[in-house]
Design a protein around this ligand. Structure first.
Ligand code: CTP
Ligand code: CA
Length: 224
């Protein structure tokens, strides 16, 4: 029913959406990851598709079913995500980086399972910084391409959250930043979301609260 009622205001637009959270392996059985489920990104893909867009969803360890209606590529690590995004973004009108990207990865991945017997009472990991995918897209962007970032912050004070967002959108070179507050019980793997959307000038250009589906449509309204 939603697909029938949706305005086709994204008809002909090519949109790349990343969703989920990247994982960085330590050894064949363990990883460093984050709590992103992929729900908001998948909701965006569904909503954009219903509104007529040609959607490529790049899913990093999705905990929800990827919609059949969109082209889906599955990845796990940040470097895999970067490569998939680079391939898909070249011809995209809009790239929405909803995925939670691991900022660091283990410097070395053990060939076999790390054993307690060969470690002491503490285990030290050396992590190296991952490339900033969104920043890389901004540096390589085609004229007219719209780049959208997401920033999940633990800051719950609205003005402080906006200040973080304004600094972040400038640092990233993105056009639009979707900001929300996350915490131990908020934001991840839940069915609802509350967001504030800003542009590169730091102006608030959208606000939404509700189900991840309704928030997805509000974000798309702002982009349209
Ligand atoms: N992002 C990215 N590549 C990274 C890290 C983040 O493309 N290596 C993207 C995310 O997908 C998101 C946006 O950048 O759309 C903001 O992510 P965030 O983690 O909030 O920004 P960081 O620059 O990593 O800052 P922080 O230190 O707050 O984590
Ligand atoms: Ca980060």
């Amino acid at each position: 029913a939603l697909a029938v009622l949706a305005p086709k205001d994204l008809l002909g637009k090519r949109i790349v959406i990343t969703a989920g959270g990247t994982r960085e392996p330590l050894d064949p059985v363990r990883f460093i990851g984050n709590r992103s489920s992929g729900k908001q990104g998948v909701a965006l893909a569904l909503a954009a598709s219903a509104r007529g867009a040609d959607v490529t969803l790049i899913g990093a360890n999705l905990e929800v079913h990827a919609p059949d209606a969109v082209h889906v590529e599955h990845v796990s690590t940040t470097l895999e995500l970067r490569d998939a995004v680079a391939g898909a973004a070249a011809s995209a009108d809009i790239v929405i980086m909803a995925a939670a990207v691991a900022d660091y990865r283990p410097e070395a991945v053990a060939e076999g399972k790390i054993k307690k017997e060969t470690q002491g009472d503490t285990l030290q990991l050396t992590l190296v910084k991952n490339p900033d995918i969104l920043h890389g897209l901004a540096e390589a962007r085609q004229p007219g391409q719209v780049l959208v970032g997401f920033a999940a912050e633990t800051e719950s004070d609205r003005d402080a959250l906006l200040a973080l967002g304004r600094a972040k959108i400038l640092r990233k070179g993105a056009d639009v930043l979707v900001l929300n507050t996350v915490g131990w019980t908020e934001g991840f793997a839940t069915d609802g979301n509350t967001v504030v959307v800003i542009n590169a000038a730091g102006d608030i250009v959208g606000e939404a609260a509700g189900t991840k589906a309704s928030v997805a449509n509000s974000i798309l309204d702002t982009l349209v």
